[in-house]
Design a protein. Structure first.
Length: 741
């Protein structure tokens, strides 16, 4: 890992063993993009790569030079209207109304390590030499503004972290109307964009489109990163597969409104940008004030999508997830939601918990319904004190009883919300987000607290702190069940109203941080009606997130498979729920429900008191299995093998330990087949010469055979008697354990 600056040519070259990222100070002192891709040997100049041609109907900043037009030059942090007409990364409205800016190189700094981002989630270094940072300071002298571009390169991952800080050094106020976290101009557009779209219970459906001239974008204006689009997307060559070819991945560490946009111009260059969505956003900068953007991650690989994913997995595990739980596997939990919804008594919960403990469950999570008079979703949000009709000894007494059983205890909260039917609303009807003179919209019968206000956050902190300090709580599930409408804050002046949603997200991050500072061993799982705020920003605070309210094992195959494109398995909340499934109505075998949920955090979400002894016996085995292989699943390398979203009737994936000595291979039948073709899977990550024992069965094979000739998984659906004891059926699944001898 190295960052070089070559003064004579004004060149910056960030590199590690896999990638190079090269920029240069251009003729007009602005910053140009030279190259981002597989590592290349440093050249003192790269001047020969400057393509400067005269093109008709262009505009030029220099009087006697009709070859230098920003419209045709790859740039790092472009603005609009000084010969570039593409969408800008930065737009500042000045006092005289002008939007024109020109930020040119002033100075730079290179150092080991990586600074924290004030009040925002960010990747970090662990050792002195596992990340290096370049700060490039640009200045617009006319308006006396400074833009600091941060670039950090990681030693062990093909990844760069970028963010921008804008400072107003002038005497007049400025309004930032656009400030992207990253912009990358690529020289051509022969790419496919993969992004992850959907809706509630259908999160992260993989969408693929070839780039076309014009703008293609995804984003959220829902004030949370959303079920509809995820702030993570990929650009790949059309020929790129899971294991070969160029792929870029872009992620924004942010949980609010975002825009991810690619503009292909008339000469087929591609401008990729990601950041806070400029719609409904303006940030007012008084003299001496500054604005810090969220961080964006850029990954690049030539080895296909799976390698791209592994870079994100490793980077997030080592450089984003923090604290007590960073190196620990999440406890195997039972969540009460689908087991009881709002209908429970202390007795019913305890009987579930006792049975769960006997089966090996480690953590009991009391979901919604424990506070105020919360018998349904119309009431009590904001009243974070226990409902003593249901829990006579409160959360402190109940958490003690759970601990006495031998389980850890977890609690659901939705701190950003308020019900009109609540004591908090009676006291503070003006604390909800609403626009003066208009009736605010509701969502799930609830309203949103104005988390941009300090006193609101203070009140909620005090309530949560009081529960945490008086009870024995090991885990919180932090939910957020609606999008934010009527965005307005009563305390801000008119010219700051477009800041509200970003201030809101900063408020959420502040509360997370405050709780974690005081309770560093607390495990927090983020949630937003399932996966409505499952984003890398959240992983900085909550190492795991509930990825969907859809707990159906077959639907989950697609959700987990696609989520793995950008997120590590240990971040994905995954539970075994009851059958028929409460969302999809589908009946699936208990084995398959577990075989899917293992590849995530793992837990249960069903009424243990209603299970048969036989089911309890199976669950005991499942938990023993998970405990044995949890560390392999959470720290090993994950390979996607068969895509459930394709035309396959099957899905498959595998996980291999870093040293290749152990692997799990799982395949799933979406639908059974009759007289089917033979099937085999080409495995990955094994030692070529290693001899592996495969169970179940009594087969031993060499790693190279399994990887290059394939691992035969043909089963009885092919009409061949593979194993007399096995009959395949719809939703059948199987896990093989590979052990190197
Ligand atoms: C959301 C969550 C669920 C559950 C309910 C409780 O929908 O995603 O897991 O916690 O809220 O109301």
């Amino acid at each position: 890992m190295n960052i070089r600056y070559i003064k004579q040519s004004g060149l910056f070259h960030l590199s590690n063993n896999s990638i190079s990222y090269i920029m240069k100070i251009m003729e007009n002192r602005q910053l140009g993009q030279v190259y981002f891709g597989r590592r290349i040997t440093g050249h003192p100049d790269f001047h020969h790569r400057d393509e400067r041609m005269h093109r008709t109907i262009s505009s030029y900043p220099f009087e006697n030079d009709t070859s230098f037009s920003l419209e045709h030059i790859l740039q790092e942090f472009p603005s609009y209207g000084t010969s570039d007409f593409r969408m800008p990364a930065l737009e500042i409205q000045q006092e005289n109304g002008s939007l024109i800016t020109s930020f040119v190189y002033s100075h730079h700094q290179i150092y080991h390590g990586k600074p924290d981002l004030p009040h925002l989630p960010a990747t970090y270094g662990n050792e002195t030499d596992d990340v290096m940072t370049l700060e490039i300071h640009l200045k617009d002298t006319l308006i006396q503004a400074e833009a600091i571009l941060y670039y950090s390169i990681f030693r062990d991952y093909a990844a760069i972290a970028r963010s921008v800080n804008i400072i107003n050094h002038g005497a007049k106020a400025l309004n930032l109307t656009t400030v992207m976290s990253m912009c990358l101009d690529l020289p051509d557009s022969d790419y496919e964009m993969i992004h992850f779209s959907g809706a509630w219970a259908r999160e992260r459906e993989k969408t693929l489109r070839h780039l076309e001239p014009g703008i293609q974008s995804i984003g959220s204006l829902r004030r949370h990163s959303s079920h509809q689009h995820n702030p993570f997307f990929i650009l790949k060559r059309p020929s790129t597969t899971e294991h070969n070819g160029d792929a870029f991945g872009f992620a924004l560490l942010y949980s609010g409104n975002f825009l991810a946009q690619i503009e292909v111009d008339g000469h087929h260059t591609s401008r990729i940008m990601a950041g806070i969505h400029p719609a409904q956003f303006t940030w007012h900068l008084e003299p001496s004030e500054s604005f810090q953007t969220p961080e964006a991650i850029l990954c690049m690989t030539n080895d296909g999508l799976n390698s791209l994913s592994q870079n994100f997995h490793g980077l997030y595990r080592r450089h984003l997830i923090r604290g007590y739980w960073k190196e620990r596997s999440s406890p195997i939990l039972l969540n009460s939601w689908e087991a009881a919804y709002f209908n429970f008594t202390e007795e019913s919960l305890l009987s579930m918990a006792k049975r769960a403990y006997a089966c090996g469950v480690e953590l009991f999570v009391l979901d919604d319904g424990w506070f105020g008079t919360r018998d349904n979703d119309k009431t009590s949000l904001g009243d974070w004190f226990p409902d003593i009709r249901k829990l006579p000894e409160g959360i402190s007494g109940f958490s003690e009883k759970i601990h006495n059983i031998g389980l850890l205890f977890g609690l659901w909260i939705e701190p950003e919300m308020i019900s009109k039917d609540s004591a908090l609303f009676l006291q503070h009807p003006d604390w909800l987000i609403q626009t003066p003179g208009r009736t605010p919209c509701h969502g799930r019968n609830q309203y949103v607290l104005d988390f941009s206000r300090k006193e609101v956050r203070e009140n909620i902190f005090r309530q949560i702190d009081s529960i945490l300090s008086n009870s024995n709580i090991d885990y919180l599930k932090w939910d957020m069940n609606r999008s934010i409408t009527d965005c307005f804050s009563a305390l801000l002046p008119a010219y700051r109203q477009q800041e509200v949603f970003h201030r809101y997200i900063l408020g959420v991050y502040e509360l997370y941080e405050r709780i974690l500072q005081k309770y560093p061993k607390l495990l927090i799982e983020s949630c937003s009606g399932g996966g409505g705020r499952f984003d890398p920003g959240m992983l900085y605070y909550a190492p795991q997130g509930w990825i969907s309210d859809n707990t159906d094992a077959i639907d989950r195959l697609t959700i987990q498979y696609n989520t793995s494109m950008g997120y590590p398995l240990r971040s994905m909340g995954s539970h075994v729920s009851s059958s028929p499934n409460h969302q999809a109505g589908r009946t699936t075998p208990l084995e398959t429900r577990a075989n899917v949920a293992y590849f995530g955090t793992f837990g249960y979400e069903l009424d243990f008191s209603k299970l048969s002894d036989e089911e309890c016996g199976k669950i005991k085995e499942q938990i023993l299995f998970m405990k044995k292989y949890q560390s392999l699943i959470h720290t090993g390398s994950f390979y996607r093998l068969l895509d459930p979203q394709g035309n396959n009737r099957m899905a498959a994936w595998m996980v291999v330990s870093k040293d290749g000595s152990q692997a799990l291979v799982a395949y799933y039948r979406l639908l059974n087949e009759v007289n089917a073709p033979y099937h085999s899977l080409k495995l990955h990550g094994l030692s070529e010469k290693g001899l592996y024992r495969i169970t179940p069965g009594n087969l031993t094979c060499y790693g190279d055979e399994l990887m290059y000739a394939g691992f035969i998984i043909s089963d009885n659906s092919c009409g061949r008697v593979f194993d007399n004891s096995i009959k395949t059926y719809d939703f059948y699944s199987r896990i093989f354990i590979l052990e190197r001898l």
